[in-house]
Ligand binder design. Structure first.
Ligand SMILES: Nc1ncnc2c1ncn2[C@@H]1O[C@H](COP(=O)(O)OS(=O)(=O)O)[C@@H](OP(=O)(O)O)[C@H]1O
Length: 213
């Protein structure tokens, strides 16, 4: 095997040592090993493609996803997570600081304001729910005034952990920008547990140590 091929095969399979590939006892041992690695890689790819097809099948039937006459927002961006990593701060900064960044707008009712007013809405949960509702409705909540140069943001942190959400987003907005905010995993888990505690959820009733165990 050439050095480049050895490097490539090793990168797919860390357990296949570089030395095994360059100096197998049998002349064909390295090639046999490489064939096994490639076969495994292919079956993994087929498995993933199968999963994606199955997710999309469900998506097409549950979302009533029909190509809409309304044009899709030209520039779509998703803050896909992670939960408790500062996604709300980022979303608010984007909304408050840039006139051409938009989100869904939903009516808000408050005792102080005399009439309901529209507010930016961060989490749509459209792509992670089994019954997501109508796609036209999803778009309508975004497109109040068409801004072709604008960027439309859906900031649902659950998307990062739900594979079907990734498949659905890719199928609907193949050119979307994805923004992932990451945080030290222990601090992130602690923050999530704290939230569960304040919300009175079962996860928050255990101690943090028991919860992560
Ligand atoms: N600018 C900045 N830098 C670092 N960390 C920040 C920032 N803004 C918010 N936070 C902290 O992020 C936690 C909330 O994250 P999210 O907004 O993503 O939460 S959520 O998933 O939408 O519920 C929450 O963490 P905890 O306070 O540890 O719970 C926030 O304090």
């Amino acid at each position: 095997l050439k050095e480049r091929e050895v490097r490539e095969i090793s990168s797919y399979s860390p357990e296949l040592k570089h030395a095994d590939l360059v100096s197998g006892d049998e002349p064909n041992a390295a090639l046999d090993a490489a064939a096994v690695v490639l076969q495994n890689a292919m079956s993994e790819v087929c498995c993933q493609v199968g999963k994606i097809k199955s997710h999309l099948g469900k998506w097409n039937s549950t979302a009533r996803y029909l190509p809409s006459k309304r044009q899709l927002p030209p520039n779509m961006a998703f803050i896909i997570g992670a939960q408790k990593s500062g996604t709300t701060f980022l979303f608010n900064e984007l909304m408050n600081r840039h006139p051409s960044i938009h989100s869904q707008l939903l009516p808000r009712f408050s005792t102080k304001a005399k009439a309901p007013y529209l507010r930016n809405s961060k989490e749509t949960h459209f792509f992670d729910r089994v019954q997501p509702g109508s796609f036209d409705e999803y778009l309508q909540k975004f497109v109040i005034e068409r801004d072709d140069k604008g960027v439309y943001v859906d900031g649902t942190p659950d998307y990062i952990m739900i594979p079907s959400a990734a498949c659905r987003i890719a199928a609907t907005f193949p050119k979307a920008k994805l923004i992932a905010v990451l945080r030290d995993p222990v601090q992130r888990a602690l923050s999530q547990w704290n939230m569960a505690r304040h919300q009175g959820k079962a996860a928050g009733k255990r101690s943090f140590t028991n919860h992560v165990r």
